[in-house]
Design a protein around this ligand. Sequence first.
Ligand SMILES: C[S@@+](CC[C@H](N)C(=O)[O-])C[C@H]1O[C@@H](n2cnc3c(N)ncnc32)[C@H](O)[C@@H]1O
Length: 237
Amino acid sequence: MRQHVNPLSRFFQLPLELPAPQELFEHPNLPIHLDIGCARGFFLLELAALQPERNHLGVEIRRPLVLAAQRDRDRQQQHNLHFLFCNANISLEAWMAALPPDQLQLVSIQFPDPWFKQRHRKRRVLQPALLHAIASALHPGRHLFLQSDVLAVIEPMVALVELSNCFARPKGDQRPWRTSNPLPVATERERYVHEQGQPAYRVLFERTDAALPALRDLEMAWQQVDNSKDIAPTPHG
Ligand SMILES: C[S@@+](CC[C@H](N)C(=O)[O-])C[C@H]1O[C@@H](n2cnc3c(N)ncnc32)[C@H](O)[C@@H]1O
């Protein structure tokens, strides 16, 4: 099994200025789908071809994967698709904040690296600051889609989203997990999980019109929830 990149290592802490939509897409005003942790990009290469009415941006911390995905994108001349190398926790916030209102319409985080040990929790991709930036960029009715095959990974993500109080599940969605994928293409990890006969835990969240809490308040509330887990570490912790 591959070693995950440690997003906290010094090299990945350097902020990168990500290009604006005008530099990424042929039709820069189309709505944007952002896929965080897109790996080799096969999911977005297929999805972008199916959904020309949207621009799709994949961000990934492993640069060789981004270069390979971007080469495929160039070869296939998919002008509504782009891949960028970055640490989502460092460089996405400013990029999302600079987007025109309501251009970001969907954010997906699918099968994020399974940092399920409590002592590695700061390496998890969905941290209060990233969630806050996503919630701030998404207008009411726009979506955040999460899925994982590891309960110890997805449960804290769901808890954090719920703690923000500005997302709800669409009416009629099953709880605690959606049985179907709202997206028409499966990711690489999703296909593997499916082939192994293992479950995928999915939640679609819709931005409500609730006011966003201050980041500091969300961080403090999250710290309390997260620290309380130190008392009872998981059997793997
Ligand atoms: C387990 S893979 C899943 C890939 C893909 N989403 C899928 O479902 O097949 C998680 C991906 O997220 C990337 N990743 C982890 N932390 C990241 C970060 N802070 N910023 C950007 N990408 C990250 C990893 O390098 C890895 O490629």
